[in-house]
Design a protein around this ligand. Structure first.
Ligand SMILES: [Cu+2]
Length: 209
């Protein structure tokens, strides 16, 4: 009976309803959509400006004339004699840091060793500089090196003079595990004796997460 009508009605409804429900609200809320669009646009622009500000406020790579910023992740390593065997020892030797800019402080209580073959140029750090007791330093005298902190795969070469506090900033932009070593001949029994090359003493791992 009304099957045809019903079909046509429902067919009409099924054709028109979705269109109306979609089209009419859009027409009615055109102003609202425009305002929403403007708000989203303003938010995106705001986020962009914020991101630019954050980028611009980062320390410049040529920061050799000023001490490193205190905003990066900070880590302190100490070099002291292990009380059981008397070997000098970095503590911690294995550590994790977040990816990005990191400032590392090395507090070294040890004495210098003869280091005739020293590569005593600071490399791989922000401005190729380290701060020895607060003084910006590019080259350390090979007569005053107690230990070094080297990450060959990242080009980092930091020298730790005797009885000093050294601070440097570096960018660890890749995640993964990196090996650091001390290259100074700091073994009491000779340049190839322990603790040279001994994990937990003069070599260890940096895990960048
Ligand atoms: Cu050493």
């Amino acid at each position: 009976m009304s099957e045809g009508e019903g079909n046509s009605a429902s067919s009409d409804l099924s054709k028109t309803d979705p269109i109306y429900t979609v089209v009419y609200p859009r027409r009615h809320s055109f102003l609202g959509t425009l305002v929403l669009g403007l708000l989203v646009g303003a938010l995106l622009v705001g986020a962009g400006v914020f991101a630019m500000g954050a980028t611009l406020s980062s320390p410049s790579p040529s920061g050799a004339s000023s001490p490193p910023s205190t905003t990066p992740f900070n880590l302190t390593l100490t070099v002291a004699m292990n009380p059981l065997n008397g070997w000098p020892q970095y503590t911690p030797a294995n550590f994790s840091i977040p990816r990005g800019e990191v400032t590392i402080t090395i507090v070294d209580d040890d004495v210098p060793m003869p280091f005739p073959g020293c590569n005593c140029n600071v490399t791989g750090t922000l401005g190729n500089v380290e701060y020895v007791n607060g003084t910006a330093t590019h080259v350390v005298s090979n007569a005053n090196v107690a230990h070094t902190f080297d990450v060959a795969s990242l080009g980092i070469n930091v020298l730790s003079p005797a009885m000093s506090t050294v601070t440097f900033t570096a960018f660890f932009n890749q995640t993964g595990t990196f090996t650091w070593v001390c290259e100074a001949p700091c073994g009491a029994a000779g340049p190839t004796a322990p603790p040279m090359g001994i994990p937990g003493y003069m070599t260890g791992t940096i895990t960048v997460t």
